[in-house]
Every structure is written in C-alpha cells, then in structure tokens.
Design a protein around this ligand. Structure first.
Ligand code: HEM
Length: 294
C-alpha cells in the first residue's frame, strides 16, 4: 500500500476505524468482499486465525480508497452499496454453488501464468464469438449474468491482493466467428447489465481488456458499447483485428490462435479448473445452506 500524502493515509485509517460500525449499521452485518472478511470485531482468536487476514483486508480497503480517489464519503457510500449488493446477489453462489449452462461454461476460461507480466498473470477469457448463433443463451439476462459474475469471482480468486504485480486481472474477449451480425437486443441487455455491475461493484480490479478477432466492420459495435463504459475503464481497452497479435501483449498465451509463446498448450489445456472458495467464502455459503433449510 502506497500513500501519496498524509491525507490519503488519514482517510484509510479513518475508514478502517469506522468499518465495524459501517458494517453493523449500514450493511446488516455483511462483511465479505471477494471471499475475504473485512472485519475482525467480535471474533474469537480461532475465528480470526481461520477467517480473517488483516493484510488482505487492509489491501482491499486501500483498493476502495484508491477507486474513489480517497474521498471518504464516496468510499463509504460505495462500500455500503457493494456489500449490500453482495449480500443480496450472492456472487459467491454464482461461482461455487450454482450450475450454469454448459455452453456458457465452455466459453469462459481462466488462465494463470505465474511468470506473466505484472497484473497479466490471472486472465479471464470470454470466447463470445462462439455464441454468435446461440442467441437463446442471452434470452434470460439473469441466468447469463449469474454465469458471468461466477466467472468473475473465480477469476478474482486467482489474485493476491497483498502483492503489487497480481492484484489486478486481465480479460480477453475473443469474437472469432462474428462475421455477419446485427446487434441483438438480448445480447445488448446482457452486455449492458454486466458492464453496469462490473463498474459499480467491482472497482479497481481490471488491468487490461483485449478484444481480439474483431472484424474491422465492427468498429461501430465498439463505438456503441464503449458509451456504457466510463473513461478510466475505456483506457484499458485494446482492440485487435488479428487474434494472433495478442501474444505481443500476453507473452505466454497459447501460440495456437493467439500468437503467444506457449507452443504446447492450447487455451483449453491452460484452463485453470481447480478454483475454490476461500475459508470465509465457504463459511458464508455453508451458513446460507443452513439458513435455507431452517
Ligand atoms: C457475438 C457478439 C458479442 C457478444 C455475445 C458480446 C458479449 C459481451 C458481453 C456479455 C459483455 C459484458 C462484459 C463481459 O462479459 O466481460 C460485452 C462487453 C463489451 N463488448 Fe461485446 N459482445 C459481442 C460483440 C462485440 C463486438 C463485435 C465488439 C467490438 C469490439 C464488442 C465490444 C465490447 C466492449 C467494448 C465491451 C465492454 C467491456 C467492459 O466494459 O468490460 N462486443 N460484450
């Protein structure tokens, strides 16, 4: 955590001190962010040992401070919105409990390259081009969104928030196969909803986003969609007509299809499938099962 001046440090410390009260009074006690416990108040030493990591909790609070330019009131308002949304939407369930449509699951890939460049180690791939003829998969916005948020949460589990070189994620959208295509209203609703959720509830997590195999004729789609995206996120976007150029940005991605250095593995062989909830994430999911039964 790097503070640029005393004011930033003071805002962080004020937030940390006020956190137990904010969580109790404004978030109905919900204190989980990306699987981690933010608050250690009223825990037994055993529970602290099992569920709470002060360094991670501090790094997450710092991320929020950074996301909202160390403006205390804005940080608190957004923190409350994020925790209330997580309590309600239950993104951990999307990632670790719910079963999603197989075709959707097949186009969502996670890769992790420990030797990758800073903040390009954990990469989420969305092979949306493969779904161009499967418009029915976008008809139920809620189902699609829950699948996509599940993938986002799994991707986050590959980050280490206490480091500087793996505390952001990179994403790739591969639009291979999208040739003759009109902006379908269901796809538009799904995209718009996901973009809105990412912007509001997942701040300061994206390092870069590559859109590959985008035919030049689809420049208008990019111009249309980017209107929903705020300026700071847009700056992280790179559009590549040729998928094989991706290797210039993600050096160890598969050579097959993407021009990277990995000649042996294709994307599905790089796919990380053994992602698990954190101890605290698991505790929350189990608690919900017990509450559901009751
Ligand atoms: C088969 C056609 C397409 C599908 C199914 C699709 C799907 C999606 C979805 C679901 C999102 C939400 C964000 C996410 O999932 O990470 C999204 C975002 C986006 N898409 Fe597409 N898309 C398509 C075509 C295109 C094309 C041709 C372009 C042109 C470059 C494009 C550019 C974008 C941009 C700029 C975003 C915003 C990304 C963000 O805010 O993170 N899309 N798309």
């Amino acid at each position: 955590m790097k503070f640029n001046n005393d004011n930033e440090k003071q805002v962080f410390e004020k937030l940390k001190k006020a956190l137990p009260g904010i969580i109790k009074e404004k978030c109905a006690g919900y204190d989980e962010l990306y699987g981690y416990k933010l608050n250690s108040e009223s825990l037994t030493p055993e529970e602290v040992e099992k569920y709470y990591d002060e360094k991670i909790a501090d790094c997450l609070l710092y991320k929020l401070c950074k996301a909202y330019q160390f403006e205390y009131t804005t940080i608190v308002q957004n923190l409350v919105d994020i925790l209330k949304w997580r309590k309600e939407f239950n993104p951990l369930s999307c990632a670790y409990k719910e079963v999603h449509n197989k075709e959707l699951q097949n186009v969502g890939i996670l890769t992790f390259d420990a030797n990758g460049d800073a903040n390009k180690k954990a990469v989420t791939w969305n092979l949306y081009g493969q779904l161009v003829k499967r418009k029915e998969l976008f008809q139920d916005v809620n189902k699609f969104v829950r699948y996509r948020i599940g993938l986002m949460e799994k991707g986050l589990s590959l980050l280490d928030f206490t480091t500087e070189d793996n505390c952001y994620m990179t994403q790739v959208h591969d639009y291979k196969g999208v040739s003759v295509w009109r902006m379908d209203s269901d796809i538009k609703s799904c995209s718009k909803t996901v973009i809105g959720i990412f912007q509001k509830y997942y701040p300061e997590l994206l390092y870069a986003k590559y859109f590959v195999n985008v035919p030049t004729v689809f420049g208008w789609v990019y111009d249309l969609i980017k209107k929903f995206v705020d300026e700071s996120t847009r700056k992280k976007f790179v559009v590549l007509t040729d998928g094989k150029k991706l290797g210039q940005y993600l050096k160890d991605c598969p050579q097959e299809g993407y021009g990277g250095a990995d000649k042996q593995n294709n994307l599905s062989k790089q796919n990380v499938t053994n992602v698990h909830p954190t101890e605290y994430g698991l505790y929350i999911l189990q608690k919900q099962i017990i509450e559901d039964v009751d």
